[in-house]
Design a protein around this ligand. Structure first.
Ligand code: LRH
Ligand code: MN
Ligand code: MN
Length: 385
């Protein structure tokens, strides 16, 4: 148990700045009282999540949603609040220029503009002390024949290699894929295989980012995770839940068993600790639920799945597998999954001087009342801006 606790103490989960702002679907963005108006206020919310959970010490930024004049000052603001700046996410999808794509656009001027933004985000990373440039491209086509699939891959490879060449020491590049949306016929990075092929060509500082909401229904995500880990190419996750498409619901809400299976592969490959360089990031939108408690809930969901994965009796599992004991092997996993780990996590928090019940502690803290009183006119930062 002490070993399990030690591993849980070292686990790090990053929350995304955009999840603290107002969000919605393309039908309606719902305004909530107390939402942040500035990147600093998002950092304050992320810091609250870390203060109560103890395992969320960084916040991912999305540029220009979190654009500021003075990035070193923003990083200092974060560290004064007890957290660090995590992954920098460039945004090359929210301008009219990008209608036909960004780095894959047929127009070289637009490709230049998009690549320049990616390079600018490397600089943001340098100034904020970030070690991750996290790339997602909305690029693709809607109609057969609209553009050359192969030429677009060439353009993508060119842009990625230019950016890769500018990565400073200690910074890596994560390449995220998504099956569909906003493009419906082809996405230029639709799946892990395409991301993987680009990352292999680029070199060791390029790795694949798995967003759990970006697959076809029924995809075995833990298989992808195992395969990428084996190749040293799993850069990190964007955790969220989906029932249908890219729903961006709270991680572990739709399918906690899938989350456990993913974390089991992580633990089995010894990839949980920060030195393994797998970034456990959330990418969610809390459209109808209050945002800070939803983020706490999400962090706890990841923590619970991780604790269960750590409880798998690896010796019994290996023995059953070696003996071809199908039911025994499956039972080793299910015994761990069916364990209620909440008392263990409550004990861990108490030992570390945290409230055993982070959500209750949030409601008792008065923080929600404070931000609702102070932050009048909170805006949609990010989705639906
Ligand atoms: C795209 C995506 C990507 C973006 C984020 C806001 O669907 O998952 O990671 O940066 O949403
Ligand atoms: Mn994502
Ligand atoms: Mn997404």
């Amino acid at each position: 148990m002490e070993g399990v606790k030690a591993q849980l103490r070292r686990h790090r989960i990053e929350t995304p700045s955009w999840a603290y702002g107002n969000s919605g679907t393309r039908f309606k963005v719902y305004a909530q009282a107390g939402v942040p108006r500035t990147p600093q206020e998002k950092i304050a919310d992320a810091a609250k999540v870390h203060e109560l959970t103890g395992v969320a010490p960084s916040i991912a930024l999305h540029i220009p949603w979190d654009k500021v004049d003075d990035y070193p000052a923003l990083a200092r603001f974060a560290s004064d609040h007890g957290i660090a700046i995590g992954a920098i996410n460039p945004n090359v999808f929210q301008e009219d220029d990008y209608r036909l794509g960004s780095v894959c656009n047929p127009d070289p001027k637009i490709r230049r503009k998009a690549t320049d933004h990616l390079l600018e985000c490397i600089e943001v990373g340098v100034q904020t002390g970030s070690t991750i440039l996290s790339l997602w491209f909305a690029d693709g086509t809607n109609y057969p024949g609209q553009d050359s699939i192969r030429a677009r891959q060439d353009r993508l490879a060119d842009a990625l290699s230019e950016v890769y060449g500018q990565l400073p020491d200690g910074m890596r590049m994560l390449v995220e894929y998504k099956l569909f949306e906003p493009s419906f016929y082809t996405m230029d990075l639709p799946d892990w295989g395409t991301s993987f092929a680009h990352c292999v060509n680029l070199g060791p500082k390029a790795q694949v980012l798995v967003d759990t909401g970006h697959h076809a229904p029924g995809t075995n995500i833990e298989f992808i995770v195992a395969l990428l880990l084996r190749a040293g190419k799993l850069g990190g996750f964007h955790f969220n839940s989906r029932f249908y498409a890219d729903d961006d619901l709270m991680v572990g809400a739709a399918d906690p068993f899938q989350l456990f299976r993913i974390m089991h592969e992580i633990v089995a490959a010894d990839a949980l600790a920060p030195e393994a360089d797998v970034a456990f990031m959330l990418d969610q939108c809390h459209n109808i639920e209050p945002k800070v408690p939803a983020m706490i809930r999400s962090v706890l969901n990841v923590q619970e799945a991780t604790a269960k994965a750590l409880l798998v009796d690896r010796e019994a599992l290996a023995k059953a597998q070696a003996e071809g004991d199908v039911l025994g092997a499956n039972a080793a996993l299910m015994d761990a999954y069916n364990t209620d780990v909440r008392p263990l996590l409550a004990e861990l928090r108490a030992e570390d001087g945290l409230d055993p019940d982070p959500i209750g502690a949030y409601h008792r803290s008065g923080y929600q009342q404070k931000i609702e009183a102070e932050r009048v006119g909170g805006s949609a930062m990010g989705w639906g801006a």
